[in-house]
Design a protein around this ligand. Structure first.
Ligand code: ABF
Length: 264
C-alpha cells in the first residue's frame, strides 16, 4: 500500500514538473508577435500546447504551428490551432521558436531524443527555428548523456541497412544495440513516420569538453558527445541520430540542434 502511494506521488510530481516547465517555457519564449511556432512530440509537449491554447485566440490566431510528426499534428488540431507543414516553410525562412521534449539533457544542453521514434522530423523542426527550447521533467537532467536514459541512443536507419549498422555500432563500442520492436500487438520492427526503423544503441556515458580538460576522457571506450555524433551520422544507412548536439541557436544563424534553454 505504502509503495503504491509512493509510486502515485512520484507520478504526480513528474506530471506537475512537466506542466510547470511547459507553462514557464511558453511564458518566457512565446512572444505575441511570433507567427511561426514548432511543436514537438511526447507527453510533455501536451502541456506546451495547453499553455499556448490558454493564451487565447486573440494571440494564437496570428500564429501557425509546425509539428514534428503525426502525434503533434493531432495535438495542434485538437487544440484548434492553425496547423502548417515544415515542408511549406519557404527556403530562407525560419520558425520563430520551437518547443520539444527530450529523453535526457546533459550539463551542456546536449540532448538524447527519439524515445518516441520521431527524431528525424524533430531535428528538422528544431534546426529550422531561430530558438529551440527544451521542456522536460526533472528526471531527464543528468551530468552526462547515457546516465539517466539507459535504453540507448535512438538511430533512424534504412531497414535494408540495419544489420550493417548494428555491426558498425558494436565495433564502435555500443553495448547490445538492437532494432526497436513494434508497438504492443504489432509484429516486427517499429516503423517511423518516414518508413524507417529505429536502432537503440547504448554507449558508456558521453563525455563533455570539461571532462577532457580534467582528463576523464582518457578512460578507454568513452566517447565525447560530438565525436560519437559525428561518427554515427557517417555510417551508411543511418538517416538521422537522436543526439542533438553542437552549437545552439545563439551561436549559429540557423541549423542549430541544441536548445537555447531547457526547462524542468
Ligand atoms: C519527444 O518525446 C522525443 O524526442 C522524446 O523521445 C520524447 C519525450 O517524451 P516525454 O515528454 O513523454 O517524456 O520529445
Amino acid at each position: 500500500m505504502a509503495t503504491s502511494t509512493t509510486v502515485e506521488e512520484q507520478a504526480r510530481l513528474v506530471e506537475s514538473s512537466k506542466r510547470l516547465a511547459a507553462f514557464q517555457a511558453v511564458k518566457d519564449y512565446l512572444l505575441p508577435e511570433y507567427t511561426r511556432i514548432g511543436i514537438g512530440s511526447g507527453s510533455t509537449v501536451v502541456y506546451v500546447v495547453e499553455a499556448i491554447a490558454g493564451l487565447g485566440s486573440a494571440v494564437t490566431s496570428k500564429m501557425a504551428f509546425y509539428p514534428t510528426g503525426s502525434q503533434s499534428e493531432e495535438l495542434i488540431e485538437a487544440a484548434g490551432l492553425n496547423l502548417q507543414s515544415i515542408s511549406k516553410l519557404p527556403a530562407g525562412q525560419q520558425l520563430d521558436v520551437a518547443f520539444d521534449g527530450a529523453d535526457e539533457v546533459d550539463d551542456d544542453l546536449n540532448l538524447i531524443k527519439g524515445g518516441g521514434a520521431c527524431l528525424w522530423q524533430e531535428k528538422i523542426v528544431a534546426a529550422s527555428a531561430k530558438q529551440f527550447v527544451c521542456v522536460a521533467d526533472f528526471r531527464k537532467l543528468s551530468p552526462r548523456l547515457g546516465t539517466a536514459w539507459k535504453k540507448g541512443i535512438p538511430i533512424e536507419v534504412l531497414p535494408m541497412a540495419a544489420p550493417r549498422v548494428l555491426d558498425e555500432l558494436l565495433r564502435m563500442g555500443a553495448q547490445k544495440p538492437r532494432i526497436r520492436p513494434g508497438l504492443p500487438g504489432k509484429a516486427g520492427a517499429i516503423v517511423t513516420d518516414n518508413g524507417m526503423w529505429i536502432i537503440d544503441a547504448p554507449f558508456a556515458p558521453l563525455l563533455l569538453p570539461k571532462d577532457i580538460e580534467t582528463g576523464s576522457a582518457l578512460v578507454t571506450g568513452m566517447w565525447t558527445v560530438d565525436a560519437l555524433a559525428d561518427a554515427l551520422i557517417k555510417i551508411p544507412g543511418v538517416a538521422e541520430i537522436g543526439l542533438f548536439y553542437g552549437k545552439n541557436g545563439l551561436q549559429v544563424a540557423s541549423g542549430a540542434q541544441k536548445p537555447v534553454a531547457a526547462y524542468f
